[in-house]
Design a protein around this ligand. Structure first.
Ligand SMILES: [Mg+2]
Length: 349
């Protein structure tokens, strides 16, 4: 049976700040949206473990966090540095040569194949040590028989953990957990499931797949498979994907106007690079990172290769529209992929 590894960095953004400023280690501190000298006007983007014990959460006003913990240390966020650290971590993992999917800035999955659990655990120990030695950061690794199971194992081994759950053991491992612990089951689905008497994963075992599908559509089928140990989610190799794009960090608080201005600038810059490289594209994606560091990416494809700025702008605006209401936006990005060399086509047609 093939094995999968899920690696997730611990308190990634806070840990990066601790690596930059070792004097913060062990003290309560937050990373926020405002410049250091005007910190009280910002919101908390993330906090370290010590600050969380004071009840400090992402999205909270910094003034409130300081009220909860007067000794709180504050750092403005250094997004370029976090990206750089992420790249260093991903490069370490990539060098092992397994098929790899980058899930987010601080999380990736590997398809290890049929190496056996013992070898997988040895490999994981080595990767954890290497990351710690080279970046001072810790991570948690979960190993199991699918990508989703590996993620669930990883989540329950945090922080600085390593755990493997093989084959049939996975059902007993997940059965007493809440359904919300399954990646992809959000609050809405959770509510819907509660109405049919499902709150723990074991409540879904033996339920008819038709009933679950009826309530939740394809998510119902997914839940049925996960609960019964049938999930086979695989890594989708994405790290080699060639793309051209730009990202920018917004001042806090973001406004509709500042977002639209930034979108226009990013679209312009992306198209300039596409033209400079004499490329055309079929894929467009838009990324939003919120002030709590969560991210959403939306993608779409176009029927024919293009290098049209108007078309990119139109697609990108449609994609970003659905992403703006949830939470205040910190960073946005526009990217084109599925590239092809223009080779004179744009002048021919
Ligand atoms: Mg993480």
């Amino acid at each position: 049976m093939p094995l999968f590894m899920l690696l997730d960095m611990d308190y990634f953004f806070a840990a990066c700040e601790e690596a930059r400023r070792p004097e913060l280690k062990g003290k309560p501190f937050v990373v926020g949206t405002s410049p250091e000298k005007d910190k009280l006007h910002g919101v908390v983007q993330t906090s370290n473990y010590v600050a969380r014990q004071f009840g400090i959460k992402s999205g909270m006003a910094v003034s409130k966090a300081v009220a909860l913990c007067p000794d709180l240390k504050y750092s403005e966020s250094h997004e370029d540095y976090y990206e750089e650290m992420s790249k260093r971590v991903m490069d370490i993992v990539r060098k092992y040569g397994f098929p790899m999917e980058i899930m987010s800035i601080d999380e990736c999955a590997l398809r290890l194949g049929e190496m056996g659990m013992e070898a997988a655990m040895r490999l994981s120990t080595e990767i954890k040590e290497k990351i710690r030695n080279e970046t001072l950061l810790t991570c948690t690794i979960g190993i199991s028989s699918s990508k989703i199971y590996a993620k669930m194992v990883c989540d329950s081994a945090k922080p600085d953990g390593l755990q493997g759950v093989e084959g049939s053991g996975i059902v007993s491992f997940i059965r007493s957990k809440e359904v919300s612990k399954i990646p992809g089951i959000g609050p809405k689905a959770e509510e819907e499931l509660r109405r049919i008497g499902i709150s723990k994963i074991e409540d879904a075992i033996g339920k008819s797949p038709m009933l679950l599908m009826d309530r939740l559509g394809s998510l119902g089928t997914f839940l049925y498979r996960v609960a019964n140990g049938l999930d086979e989610s695989d890594v989708e190799e994405n790290y080699q994907m060639l793309s051209i794009g730009r990202e920018t960090t917004l001042a806090y608080p973001p406004t509709k106007e500042s977002i639209m201005e930034a979108m226009e600038r990013l679209t312009d810059q992306t198209i300039s690079e596409v033209l400079k490289k004499k490329m055309m594209f079929r894929g467009v994606s838009v990324k939003v990172r919120y002030t709590d560091f969560t991210e959403k990416i939306r993608s779409t494809s176009i029927k024919n290769y293009t290098d049209s700025k108007e078309l990119l702008a139109k697609k990108a605006l449609t994609l970003i529209e659905g992403l703006l209401d949830a939470k205040p936006v910190r960073k946005i990005g526009v990217r084109v992929y599925m590239l092809s060399e223009a080779s004179g086509q744009s002048t021919l047609f």
